[in-house]
Ligand binder design. Structure first.
Ligand code: ARG
Ligand code: ZN
Ligand code: CA
Length: 249
């Protein structure tokens, strides 16, 4: 009634060793983190600097519900993100109705130490649509790996899935638009736990960076917010007229 959309999530867990078979408790912790981050009720939301408080999204009116968990053992010890082999019934687990469920594949390990990846709406075949996460970065608690141990790789990747580019734009060159006017232009990713204010230059203009936004690359504990424009972009995706309208219950 208030326009909130609850996205049903299918976890496809493909593990090599049994410790990589992420527990139900951790999967639920990941759902809880997504719900807090997308509601703006995360415990560190108050870390938003006063400069950026006016552009905070608050509640994005997007929520997540654990619909189903599928598990499978595999002899593969490292997965190449470009191949999407974890999404095939023979080499992995086939997606469940990708138009109606957000499929999240969890693999033991990815080449290059990739934490996760996702596709923008309408850019990949339905069978390959969704989010992939490496197991150590799923949820929180025992078995997760600092500094990416607060479940925010999923928050970030679901942002991509809902049409949010990185703060520096969708190319690696940096200083490109992210289609949100309330995020300052950025030359590229920030890592670790930056100190505010952090000024960086694009086109000869220095701007205070919104590095605590979920669409940067900082440590999980250093991220805390989406902006109002980012909320607008995500809402447009799940709206009845949007490319992911099938996700509504
Ligand atoms: N796309 C990035 C990667 O795969 C994920 C960055 C997530 N950042 C985080 N703090 N969890 O490397
Ligand atoms: Zn990203
Ligand atoms: Ca921007």
């Amino acid at each position: 009634a208030d326009g909130t959309v609850e996205i049903p999530v299918v976890f496809n867990v493909i593990y090599n060793t049994s410790t990589q078979n992420v527990s139900d408790a951790r999967l639920q912790s990941q759902i809880d983190i997504l719900n807090q981050d997308y509601a703006g009720t995360n415990s560190n939301i108050g870390n938003t600097p006063a400069e950026f408080v006016p552009v905070k999204a608050g509640d994005t009116k997007i929520r997540f519900r654990l619909a189903k968990t599928v598990r499978k053992q595999s002899s593969v010890t490292s997965w190449n993100p470009d191949e999407n082999k974890m999404k095939s019934a023979t080499t992995g687990i086939a997606a469940t109705s990708p138009d109606n469920y957000l499929n999240i594949w969890i693999v033991n390990n990815m080449t290059g130490g990739t934490l996760g990846y996702a596709y923008y709406p309408g850019t990949i075949s339905a069978a390959l649509d969704g989010v992939v996460l490496a197991a150590p970065y799923v949820g929180t608690g025992s078995g997760t790996s600092a500094p990416y141990n607060l479940g925010r790789t999923a928050t970030h990747e679901v942002g991509h899935y809902l049409n949010l580019p990185h703060l520096w734009g969708s190319t690696d060159t940096g200083c490109q638009t992210d289609y949100s006017n309330d995020t300052p232009v950025s030359p590229g990713p920030n890592y670790g736990v930056p100190t505010y204010p952090l000024n960086r230059v694009c086109g000869g203009v220095s701007r205070s960076q919104i590095f605590m936004n979920y669409m940067d690359y900082v440590d999980d504990k250093a991220m805390c917010m989406f902006t109002a424009n980012q909320k607008q972009r995500m809402q447009a995706v799940v709206a009845a007229s949007g490319p992911r309208s099938g996700l509504r219950l």
